[in-house]
Design a protein around this ligand. Structure first.
Ligand code: UD1
Ligand code: CA
Length: 454
């Protein structure tokens, strides 16, 4: 069912005060570009269309924000009114248009729905009341009715004293939109076509303006610099942390937890300080994550412990594993149950069977490892000849001696033992002992040089 709702998101500005090569709207909140966040919120309202006005850094925006919307280019930033005008060809003459901003990332659907409900078929305006309204457009009322918005730079002293401000977010009747936008002039302090002048035009047309005050300032706060970006990031993170606490996750310190994506969790999960979760992460019951871990796109099954300073990416950890401290699980590491991966052990594109242990200083890459196998400290799988990557297959209950190098491609059977310090480059059949190192020589009667006594 169509509700004849259209959404225009303004995102053409440069963001000079970000001092960045990247256009402002690509800076991220919770690991997602601000403009992508606004598009996703807009989509939740099930509008008939979403149109995003871009300009500065448009190639970067198109490259990074893969969303099914109508992209419109505003080649010159002549003001917010002009920006909405560039979207006019994509708006039908019936229904209504909600205007959002690519640099106002935290607006929620409840706020927008309240605005739409208040507006009806007339004009809805989202307002705020600020102790320090400097810089914002002021809401001008007559007999209680909103009759105009005056920009800071055009305001007189009395208008500047008004604390009721324009958030910029508004909803407009499409039937009036073209007429109003085409009658805007840039005869003002900034020489811009102000969208805010539509409020006075609506009044002149006898169309009421329905103000809705935002429940909390951050819901309509824009980002102009890194200070504001950091403030909104913290608010966003605090809200996410509170939601996880309420759902039963133990966060040792909610102020030192960052979720840049989605976290699915079981019961009795404990997360220590300075943990960063990115992308899609799923953790089972009784999982403990130690301090300073970074976990991205990973699945961690029930009962596993990830000790401090571990880094996990695109990997799967089975039940009751012990990972870290200082472990690195790279893409396509797939660990079965009861696996131990200890300090300074790196696993990449390798499946590891149940109960296998690699507790110290080891690299396991491009490998298939059986169960109950043990890697001695300092084992390296040499998977790369400088051009090609080769596979290593290791069976069950194998004991790899310390300081071994396994040169791929190589197949090591079940219950094989390899001597410490071996360079294994030939296949070893089940049950054998393989030693590949120089034999020890002892020189009898050797006299060691000594300094003459003083
Ligand atoms: C605007 C409002 C002001 C309000 C404030 C809230 C106007 C004239 N003023 O002022 O009343 O209090 O927002 O933050 O609307 N943009 C374009 N193309 C343009 C101009 C702007 O895409 O040609 C985008 C910008 O990238 C920005 C947004 O629109 O994201 C707001 O524009 P900006 O010029 O920053 O307006 P403000 O001066 O903040
Ligand atoms: Ca602004």
């Amino acid at each position: 069912m169509t509700q004849n709702l259209h959404i225009v998101i303004l995102a053409a500005g440069k963001g000079t005060r970000m001092y960045s090569k990247m256009p402002k709207v690509l800076h991220e909140i919770g690991g997602k570009p601000m403009v992508a966040r606004v598009i996703d919120t807009a989509a939740e309202l099930n509008p008939d269309s979403i149109c995003v006005v871009i300009g500065h850094g448009k190639e970067q925006v198109l490259e990074k924000v893969k969303r099914d919307v109508v992209w419109v280019e505003q080649t010159e930033q002549l003001g917010t009114g002009h920006a909405v005008k560039t979207a006019l060809p994509h708006l039908p003459e019936e229904g209504r248009t909600l205007v959002l901003y690519g640099d106002v990332p935290l607006t929620d659907t409840a706020t927008l729905q309240a605005l739409l409900d208040a507006a009806g078929s007339e004009v809805g305006l989202l307002t705020d009341v600020l102790d320090n309204p400097t810089g914002y457009g002021r809401i001008i009322r007559e007999g209680g009715k909103v009759v105009a918005i005056v920009e800071e730079k055009d305001a007189d002293a009395a208008q500047k004293a008004v604390k009721e401000t324009n958030t910029g977010i508004l909803v407009l009747p499409n039937a009036k939109l073209a007429g109003w936008l085409n009658s805007l002039s840039s005869n003002n302090a900034q020489g811009e076509y102000y969208l805010t002048d539509l409020i006075a035009l609506a009044n002149a047309d006898g169309i009421a303006v329905h103000p809705v005050q935002v429940r909390a300032s951050h819901l309509a706060a824009g980002v102009n610099n890194k200070v504001q970006l950091a403030e909104l990031e913290r608010i966003f993170q605090t809200e996410q942390a509170q939601a996880l606490l309420k759902a039963g996750v133990t966060l040792r310190d909610p102020a030192r937890f960052d979720l840049r994506g989605r976290l699915k969790h079981g019961q009795d999960v404990v997360i220590d300080v300075n943990v960063v979760i990115e992308g899609d992460v799923e953790i089972g019951d009784d999982v403990e994550i130690g301090a300073n871990c970074v976990i991205k796109n990973a699945k961690i099954a029930s009962g596993s412990k990830i000790a401090p300073f571990s880094s996990l990416e695109d990997c799967e950890v089975g039940e009751n594993n012990v990972i870290g401290p200082y472990a690195r699980l790279r893409p396509q590491a797939k660990l079965a149950a009861d696996v131990h991966i200890g300090n300074f052990v790196e696993v990449k594109n390798a499946s590891i069977g149940a109960g296998t242990k690699a507790n110290h200083l080891t690299y396991i890459g491009d490998a298939e490892v059986g169960s109950k196998t043990n890697f001695g400290a300092g084992t390296i799988i040499a998977n790369y000849d400088g051009v090609n990557k080769h596979k290593t297959v290791i069976g069950d209950e194998v004991r790899i001696g310390s300081n071994s190098v396994l040169v791929a491609p190589v197949v090591i059977g079940n219950r094989v033992t390899t001597g410490a310090g071996s360079a294994i480059n030939k296949n070893v059949a089940d049950g054998r002992l393989a030693i590949a190192r120089a034999r020890q020589t002892v020189i009898e009667g050797w006299v060691r040089p000594e300094k003459p006594a003083k």
